[in-house]
Every structure is written in structure tokens, then in C-alpha cells.
Design a protein around this ligand. Structure first.
Ligand code: C5P
Length: 215
């Protein structure tokens, strides 16, 4: 069984999907981490990210392992290095390449064969798992998402103005919603959940009740 959670950056998908998976006894797949890993390794190897053939070869050969909250690329722990602002800024070059998306889609479909999964990303319900048993489109207003991000950063000792965060977020939304393949949109049969005014535990409980009606 596959449950998909798609939505824009900052909607809280990862932590909610992880907790939902725990409650259901499912595995959890963070597909953004896969795009981040290809981008990070490509940058580390000094590849030209505009060189489609080079990035495609890398994505095909790279062994990406996701275990609990850690990510491994060819046996190296890259859990921290895939989350830097430089990687985030460069992901679009990788995520825009149709052949790279096909390679990662295949890896994602192969992974879920053996177990039940909650998968999280941008194209899970639309492209990768069109037959998922339950599809959620998780969203929140741009202001709410930026405020949450600001609180997260502050907790890590970084004070960043809300205007700057909104600007970066709008750019990412625009890139995610307008790529030629794998663009972000809600599948026709997805349930849209707006999390404005809800805390994480309320969102998880709400999603669990939605999902359980489908199991
Ligand atoms: O979810 P996260 O913010 O870590 O994803 C990083 C980026 O990877 C997204 O902004 C998006 O461009 C890309 N991505 C994607 N398809 C997915 C998951 C992530 O294109 N299924």
C-alpha cells in the first residue's frame, strides 16, 4: 500500500509524513532527499549542472540509501550536507531534467515494492504512484509557511527576515509549479489539507483519520 503526500516547500510534509508512517506502521520515503542527494554529489564532483548527460549518468549510477532519518550516497552519510542552502538553490537544475526524474521515479517505485509506504514529495500522487490508495495534498498559506520556517531557523540560531524567506519561498514555489515534467499540482483524486492554524500533532491526527477511512 502506498499513501502519497505532496505539497509546496514549508508545508511541513516531511515531519508529518514521517509521524503518520510511524502511526500506521508504514515505512517513510522522503523523495526530496533523493533530488538533494543527486544535486549534492554532482556539486561535490564539480559537474556542470547544465550538462544533462553528466547529471543523468550520475543519477543512474548513484546508490542512494534512505534509512530512518539518515541518507547515504554510495555508502557516505550525506544527511547533513544535502540540506545546505547551496544545494537547495541548485536542485532545480537536477529536478528539471526529465531523464533524471525517470531514474528517480524508478528507484522510488522499486523501493516501495516490499513494504507499505508513506511517500512524500511533489509528484508522488500525480506521476510516480497514480494508483496510491490515498493521496494527500498538504498545503498552507505562503505567510504561514514562511513564519514556520522563520521559527525553525531561529531555533537553530539564525534570525532571517520574513520578507527574505517569503521571496525565496515564492521562487521555489514558482520553480516547482512550472517545470515541464513532474511539476507540483494536486492530483484530481487527492484530498487537499490546508494546515493554517493547526499544529503538527493536529495535522498528523487529521491525516491519520483520513487515511484510515481508505484502508
Ligand atoms: O522536499 P524538499 O524541499 O527536500 O525537496 C527539495 C526539492 O526537490 C524541491 O524543491 C523540488 O524541486 C525537488 N523535488 C522534486 N520532486 C520530488 C521531491 C522533490 O522535484 N518528488
Amino acid at each position: 500500500m502506498v499513501i502519497t503526500i505532496d505539497g509546496p516547500a514549508g508545508a511541513g510534509k516531511s515531519s508529518v509524513a514521517r509521524k503518520l508512517a510511524q502511526r500506521l506502521g508504514f515505512h517513510f520515503l522522503d523523495t526530496g532527499a533523493m533530488y538533494r542527494t543527486v544535486t549534492h554529489v554532482a556539486m561535490q564532483q564539480g559537474l556542470d549542472l547544465q550538462d544533462v548527460t553528466a547529471v543523468e549518468s550520475l543519477a543512474a549510477a548513484l546508490e542512494i540509501r534512505l534509512e530512518h532519518d539518515r541518507v547515504w550516497a554510495n555508502g557516505c552519510d550525506v544527511s547533513i550536507s544535502i540540506r545546505t542552502p547551496e544545494v537547495t538553490r541548485n536542485i532545480r537544475h537536477v529536478a528539471d531534467i526529465a531523464s533524471v526524474r525517470q531514474i528517480l521515479n524508478r528507484k522510488q517505485r522499486t523501493l516501495v515494492v516490499r513494504n507499505d509506504y508513506v511517500t512524500e514529495g511533489r509528484d508522488q500522487g500525480t506521476e510516480v504512484f497514480p494508483d496510491a490508495i490515498c493521496k494527500i495534498f498538504l498545503t498552507a498559506s505562503p505567510e504561514e509557511r514562511a513564519r514556520r520556517r522563520q521559527r525553525q531557523l531561529l531555533a537553530n540560531g539564525q534570525a532571517i527576515a520574513i520578507e527574505q524567506l517569503l521571496e525565496e519561498q515564492n521562487l521555489r514555489d514558482d520553480q516547482d509549479q512550472n517545470r515541464d515534467v513532474g511539476r507540483l499540482f494536486a492530483a484530481e483524486d487527492a484530498i487537499t489539507v490546508s494546515t493554517d492554524g493547526m499544529d503538527e500533532s493536529q495535522v498528523v491526527a487529521h491525516l491519520e483519520s483520513l487515511v484510515r477511512t481508505k484502508l
